[in-house]
Design a binder for this molecule. Structure first.
Ligand code: CO
Length: 142
């Protein structure tokens, strides 16, 4: 399995960005949750009529040293990362490392929705911060 799981979009304020994605485009707001390890608050939106469709995750920084705060400073609001869904993230990370393309983490960490995630640096991917995301066992994710 290799499919787009979600697009991460950096925003200054969830409250300012939500009306466009939820009300104007009609996406379903699944949850708003804080990911302490990333110093970010995430609004998770999914297409109303496509349970398997890619999600939009709006990312609001919760601290000045959040990676999202740094992104906003440098580039302003906009696309922050692309996330691909994978079955076995540890195996993917091992395969990438063996091919000379190691992920930014030595082991997967817990992301939004209880997914196990890691990132590949834009230098490795042609300019896109790429998240690999393994949904939680039993499909408890979003
Ligand atoms: Co993400």
């Amino acid at each position: 399995m290799t499919a787009i799981d979600h697009l991460g979009i950096a925003v200054h304020k969830l409250a300012d960005a939500l009306p466009f994605w939820r009300d104007l485009l009609g996406m379903e707001l699944v949850a708003i949750e804080e990911v302490a390890s990333e110093k970010v608050r995430v609004a998770i939106l999914r297409p109303k009529d496509d349970a398997n469709g890619a999600r939009i995750e709006l990312l609001e920084p919760t601290a000045p040293d959040s990676p999202i705060a740094k992104h906003l400073e440098k580039r302003g609001p906009g696309l922050h990362h692309v996330a691909m869904k994978v079955d076995d993230i540890a195996a993917r990370m091992a395969g990438l490392a063996a091919a000379g393309n190691p992920a930014m983490d030595s082991a997967p960490r817990v992301g939004a929705g209880g997914c196990m995630v890691t990132f590949l640096h834009p230098k490795q991917t042609g300019g896109v911060l790429l998240e690999l995301s393994q949904p939680p066992a039993g499909g408890g994710g979003h």
